[in-house]
Design a protein around this ligand. Structure first.
Ligand SMILES: [Zn+2]
Length: 328
């Protein structure tokens, strides 16, 4: 029987397979995508024939926490010497601390916006990218980012730190949002393995309430404008998939108490014991009823509903949720 980790890995691989096939229909002769698709299919076979996550030495399942951090290990943590085990634990602890330092302050007011977020890795480290960066060009605007690197564990968390570095260095160049994302995509595609990519929503919010937003293949963020909920669908491919990809930018004007809610699929793709998915609709209905709450409280309300829905089933993925509310 499949473990929770395998189920999660399988659904991620299937998603990736679907995306790749989609992309290949639009970009003929993409040789690297053919290889990538093969790798994904091989990993799916390993899950199917039951060899994924099984220790080569003792034929028992590898410790789930260890596998989560290092999805490609083939031997149990317990077969390592005491010194080796402690080294792995120290590395993970350090990686987790470094990652924590890259997060924005949990609750902040900037340029007529109130931001709050919750960042909940599944293991010691996360492949989610969450950031809020004040624009230093004197134009009273702030950049926001919420992304999800494909894959899991330490490899995904390394790529998350890379996204952080790429965006921080590009923001200093003061580019229009579309160019910022296109350049970030190019740099990320050049520097990452072909097996990895990142979905991302990012944008720029001005003190005048104008929000520019770009969705690189990520779960659609919710906008609550004058009490009406709309979604921002995909405006381009995930980052790192195609190096010369184009991205469109949507612009919305938000008023006092309007808000934007961003999240990763660790929230919407969780299943309860009846195999029902939490889903975007349920999230939207919570936001519809509680959108008047301040950001931090709205996030608590969403997570309480998420916990009630799961009713004890395991989370399968890193989870991040961010709310930004106009307060002018
Ligand atoms: Zn073993």
């Amino acid at each position: 029987m499949e473990t929770v980790v395998q189920k999660s890995l399988r659904s991620q691989l299937l998603y990736r397979q679907e995306r790749l096939k989609d992309t290949m229909r639009q970009v003929p002769n993409a040789a690297h995508l053919v290889n990538l698709l093969q790798e994904v299919e091989t990993a799916l076979e390993r899950i199917d024939d039951g060899t994924y996550g099984i220790c080569h030495q003792c034929n028992e399942p590898i410790e789930p926490g260890y596998l989560r951090s290092y999805p490609l290990v083939t031997v149990c943590l317990s077969h390592l010497s005491g010194d080796q085990q402690r080294a792995v634990e120290r590395d993970l602890e350090l990686a987790s601390k470094i990652q924590g330092k890259l997060l924005p302050v949990p609750h902040l007011h900037l340029d007529g916006w109130e931001f709050a977020y919750r960042y909940e890795p599944l293991g010691p480290v996360s492949g989610d990218y969450c950031d809020v960066v004040k624009n230093n060009d004197g134009k009273d605007s702030v950049y926001f980012f919420l992304g999800d690197v494909s894959g899991k564990g330490v490899a995904a968390s390394l790529l998350m730190t890379q996204l952080h570095a790429i965006f921080h260095s590009l923001i200093a160049a003061d580019l229009p949002l579309q160019q910022l994302v296109e350049r970030a995509n190019r740099v990320f595609a050049e520097s990452t393995l072909t097996t990895h990519f990142a979905t991302l929503v990012c944008g720029k919010a001005g003190s005048d309430g104008v929000v520019e937003i770009c969705n690189a293949g990520h779960c659609p963020p919710l906008i609550v404008h004058d009490g009406v909920i709309t979604r921002v669908g995909t405006t381009g491919f995930p980052l790192g998939l195609i190096d010369n990809s184009r991205y469109e930018v949507r612009t919305v004007q938000l008023h006092n108490n309007d808000l934007l809610l961003l999240y990763t699929d660790g929230l919407t793709e969780v299943r309860n014991s009846s195999e029902e998915e939490y889903g975007e609709e349920r999230l939207a209905s919570v936001v519809r009823n509680s959108g008047h709450q301040p950001p931090k409280q709205l996030i608590d309300t969403c997570l309480n509903d998420f916990t009630a829905f799961r009713n004890g089933t395991d989370r399968l993925d890193d989870l991040t949720i961010m709310v930004m509310k106009r307060i002018k």
